[in-house]
Ligand binder design. Structure first.
Ligand code: NAD
Ligand code: IPM
Ligand code: MN
Length: 354
């Protein structure tokens, strides 16, 4: 007897700006897969528009509801010049990461075609690594304050939180990720030569956790040096684990190696819990509403999400179609094509549906 598979439930939050374009475009690609029959999408309008309309960022029971009722969350981007405090982005996006405890931000960095890399003579095999960014601590906890606000003597503090548990679990996640994905090396990056307290904790915990994985090589690099190496010799990297802030910065740099922010995908993961998937890019307000944003970051993110939900074959199909689109220049102008957002995603959906 055939068992009916329970449908996977995905909460969709397009958000602001180009998020409103790339997310529906990516969903069209997902709908072209066989997995679509086993997925149910529910859209939420949490965004700057909603916030400006009725003051809602995310409803009070939002995170509980997402955890309880959904298998994954698919987010576009949050950020709008009409909300200069960025309060809605903080509460929705950082809210999901923090309140749902999605402690590992997985950002794969993969060059699909030589033409997309701004570096000379760099081949796709030379840019193929993953950054595991700590996602619940660091300066992002927003602890700090002002003294003598607005005066010439003003003092501002922004505290960098690093807990033993938080550091240990993300480092362990990086080693487990390496093991599960056939990676050979985990590099930990920090600034322990200056930030001695936090860096000291990262250094000690890295050594302790690494000892549990004798078959995986380890390396350490200060984050400033890492930036140079990433540009001069990206081939050396395999899995990089780092803190929240450094992870944010180096993944924009890494995105440039792949062809720009429009190409980069990410997952915010807590194994066994409802996880959240979003392209690395933001809402790019100047690009919004023009059908020019590259949908590939969002499409590759959707592929990551499908793999996470157990639809590995459909995920691989999307990745193959994305590769074909890049190779045949069925892309938007930021990566050398002439298509619009919808046309690029439409072409990829057609390949997937074949
Ligand atoms: P951004 O990623 O929105 O855009 C920076 C530049 O990257 C753009 O000007 C464009 O040249 C390029 N770019 C980004 N996405 C692209 C795409 N899909 N196709 C083609 N080119 C693309 O970053 P920003 O301008 O610093 O931020 C804009 C807003 O987005 C801010 O409010 C910021 O806080 C927010 N933001 C949100 C997220 C998120 O929700 N995850 C991430 C980053 C920034
Ligand atoms: C990212 C973004 C976010 C971050 C912002 C929008 C809060 O830049 O996802 O990389 O800093 O984490
Ligand atoms: Mn960022």
């Amino acid at each position: 007897m055939l068992m009916r598979m329970a449908k996977k439930r995905i909460a969709v939050v397009p958000g602001d700006g180009i998020g409103k374009e790339v997310i529906p475009a990516a969903l069209n690609v997902v709908r072209a897969t066989g997995a679509a029959a086993n997925i149910e999408f529910t859209e939420f309008d949490w965004s700057a528009d909603r916030y400006l309309k009725d003051g809602t960022t995310i409803p009070a029971d939002g995170f509980t509801m997402l955890n309880r009722d959904f298998d994954a969350i698919f987010v576009g981007a949050l950020g709008d010049p009409r909300v200069p405090t960025n309060i809605h982005a903080k509460e929705i996006l950082l809210g999901m990461r923090f309140k749902m405890d999605l402690y590992a931000n997985v950002r794969p960095v993969k060059l699909l075609d030589e033409s997309l890399c701004p570096l000379k003579n760099v081949k796709p095999a030379d840019v193929d690594f993953t950054v595991i960014r700590e996602n619940t601590e660091g300066p992002y906890v927003d602890a700090g304050g002002n003294l003598k606000l607005g005066t010439p003597d003003e003092i501002a503090t922004q505290e960098d939180f690093n807990t033993r548990k938080g550091v240990e679990r993300v480092i362990r996640f990086a080693f487990e990720y390496a093991k599960a994905n056939g990676r050979k090396k985990v590099l930990m990056s920090d600034k322990s030569n200056v930030m001695t307290f936090a860096g000291g904790l990262w250094q000690r915990v890295f050594k302790i956790v690494a000892a549990e994985y004798p078959s995986i090589q380890t390396q350490h690099m200060y984050v400033d040096a890492l930036c140079t190496h990433m540009v001069r010799d990206p081939k050396q990297f395999d899995v990089i684990v780092t803190n929240n802030m450094f992870g944010d910065i180096i993944t924009d740099l890494a995105a440039a190696l792949q062809g720009g922010l429009g190409m980069a995908a990410s997952g915010n993961i807590h194994p066994g819990k409802t996880s959240m998937f979003e392209p690395v890019h933001g809402s790019a307000p100047p690009f919004a509403g023009k059908n020019i944003a590259n949908p590939i970051g969002a499409i590759s993110t959707a592929a990551m999400m499908l793999e996470h939900l157990g639809f590995a074959a459909d995920s691989a199909k999307i990745n193959a179609a994305v590769l074909a689109a890049v190779q045949q220049k069925k892309t938007t102008s930021d990566v050398g094509g002439t298509l619009g957002t919808n046309e690029c995603a439409g072409w990829i959906a057609e390949q997937v549906g074949k």
